[in-house]
Design a protein around this ligand. Structure first.
Ligand code: NAD
Length: 444
């Protein structure tokens, strides 16, 4: 099949589309292409996920507007079905790869899922199919890893037997469908014609700019945009520490700084989590491994953001000391375990790090999270007998919390707010001793 033939099939929506990896990214992508009239096969390793999806039930449990209904619709119409069997991909014209791409404990990309997907795909790849990696990958991965592996596993040759591109996703849990539809994308093709064919495909689901680029540029843009965010958050966190030390309020400072032209200071907080932001800066850094490029800002930003749960422990220790208590032997209510508000995603959760640090100090953590099985329950009941509470996630449910009831339920009325969830003037009325990230005591 030539690219011309494929373009016609895409235009007529007769191209058979496959999505490998039905997680936070792959599932909504598969649903969107099915909604737009393509027949879609989703390939997923986890059989219980496959079963759920085929019953029209979303395995994503956080608040994901529109996804549950869309999935039920495209499953019942027969436009989408999930499978664990790569043999079903034999007729697919377009294959999107959306598997996880984490880093290991040494911050080196762990591409086991990507490599396994490519090894399984190669033997069943249709001649003339277009393969698009949507996963986030280090600069150089398309040429260094993906292309050789696909040529080896398929026995085919690029631009003769298959076409290849990289179109990284920009979605965020909580807004998966909305982001897919409305955020622009960089569309990296191994050739210009491939990129243009990809644009024809993505135009069906994306209502924003689709910018054709080469694969290295696509890899760079995705990892740079997330590294940028990490660096900006680290800066905000460092300013928060400065504000605490000199008696300022980082939120007020940020608001006023951002009135100055071209300043867009980010939000500080109790840590950075999720699948992407903690590891994408390392993917960017890995792109220059072995080359003489000194990297200073990326590792420094990572270190600052990784230190924030430890800073929360410090604030807790200080607040407990003011009530003549110590962390050792204390019971701490941890409010929120996901990395993001109103999501069920616990990957690289700053709360997990906090719990480890508390335990290392001899404290016991009582974790509450409305979206995580095992941590659900009545917050005020869980607060009973705790020596302090700490807000780690801005879940909507916490915003309506009756703080005077929380104050009464806690053994000592101490609250550390790691996300500036509550307005301090309100807190003062509830007899709570409050410590907040980024707010120091003004000097007389
Ligand atoms: N989560 C996000 O917000 C987000 C946003 C933008 C980009 N990304 C990127 O998208 C990619 C996917 O992220 P995610 O959050 O969807 O991950 P995920 O872990 O939620 O989903 C990946 C899915 O792929 C499946 N899988 C793994 N190997 C497989 C294989 N060989 N064959 C079939 N299925 C396989 C896993 O079982 C899992 O269900 C990553 O590269 C990530 O960096 C994620």
């Amino acid at each position: 099949m030539s690219l011309n033939t494929l373009q016609n099939k895409i235009a007529q929506k007769s191209a058979l589309v496959s999505v490998i990896g039905l997680g936070y990214v792959g599932l909504p992508v598969a649903c969107e292409f099915a909604r737009m009239g393509f027949n879609v096969i989703g390939v997923e390793l986890q059989s219980e996920r496959v079963d759920k999806i085929n019953q029209g039930i979303s395995p994503i449990e956080g608040n994901e507007p529109g996804l549950e209904d869309l999935l039920a619709g495209v499953i019942s119409s027969g436009r989408l079905h999930a499978t664990g069997d790569y043999q079903e991909l034999k007729q697919c014209d377009v294959v999107l790869i959306d598997v996880e791409t984490p880093v290991d404990e040494n911050n080196i990309p762990r591409y086991a899922a990507l490599q396994s997907a490519l090894r399984n795909l190669g033997p069943v790849l249709k001649k003339g199919a277009l393969v698009i990696v949507e996963s986030t990958i280090a600069p150089g991965t398309m040429y260094g890893t993906v292309l050789p592996l696909l040529e080896e596993s398929s026995g085919g040759q690029l631009n003769r037997d298959f076409y290849l591109g990289n179109c990284p996703e920009r979605v965020m849990p909580g807004k998966l469908l909305q982001n897919l539809d409305s955020l622009s994308r960089v569309v990296g093709g191994m050739t210009e014609e491939t990129a243009n064919t990809m644009i024809l495909l993505y135009r069906n689901v994306v209502q924003a700019d689709l910018d054709p680029v080469d694969c290295v540029t696509a890899e760079l843009v995705k990892t740079v945009e997330n590294a940028y965010r990490d660096v900006q958050i680290a800066f905000a966190n460092e300013v928060a520490l400065i504000c605490e030390a000199v008696g300022g309020d980082v939120w007020k400072v940020r608001e006023l700084v951002n009135k100055s032209p071209y300043r867009q200071m980010h939000l500080p907080g109790a840590g950075v989590g999720g699948h992407c932001i903690p590891k994408d800066p390392w993917l960017l850094a890995y792109g220059v491994q072995g080359k003489d490029v000194p990297l200073r800002i990326i590792p420094a930003a990572r270190a600052v953001n990784e230190s924030m749960p430890g800073h929360v422990v410090q604030l807790l220790g200080e607040a407990l000391a003011s009530a003549n208590r110590t962390l050792a032997g204390a019971k701490i209510l941890v409010m929120g375990y996901t990395y993001l508000e109103d999501s069920d995603d616990t990957r690289n959760s700053p709360s997990a790090r906090l719990v480890d640090l508390l335990q290392a100090q001899g404290a016991e953590a009582v974790v509450h999270d409305p979206y995580v099985a095992g941590y659900q329950g009545d917050l005020l009941q869980m607060a009973q007998g705790c020596d302090a509470a700490v807000v780690m996630v801005r879940h909507s449910e916490y915003r309506d919390l009756d703080l005077s009831s929380l104050s009464k339920a806690l053994r000592s009325p101490i609250l550390v707010d790691g996300r500036r969830l509550f307005d301090q003037s309100y807190l003062n009325k509830n007899g709570l001793v409050i410590r907040e990230i980024g707010r120091g005591v003004p000097k007389p």
